[in-house]
Design a binder for this molecule. Structure first.
Ligand SMILES: [Zn+2]
Ligand SMILES: [Zn+2]
Length: 62
């Protein structure tokens, strides 16, 4: 598939932009556009969203 999804930088829900190990200390993470909160934890952070609170995290589970 030649699909090329675009990504949007969103604030990491775990550290709220301060920077943590889950967002590589950047405070934001690239997720597939349009950004959607993780529906398993509703943005709180869980193992499925890499603790960022977002679904479609780049390079992780998709
Ligand atoms: Zn973070
Ligand atoms: Zn989650």
């Amino acid at each position: 598939m030649a699909e090329n999804p675009s990504y949007t930088e969103v604030i990491c829900a775990h550290c709220e932009g301060l920077g943590c190990i889950y967002c590589d200390k950047k405070g934001c993470v690239p997720v597939k556009s349009p950004p959607k909160k993780c529906r398993r934890c509703e943005g709180a952070g869980c193992i499925y969203c890499g603790y960022t609170g977002w679904a479609g995290l780049k390079g992780k589970y998709e």
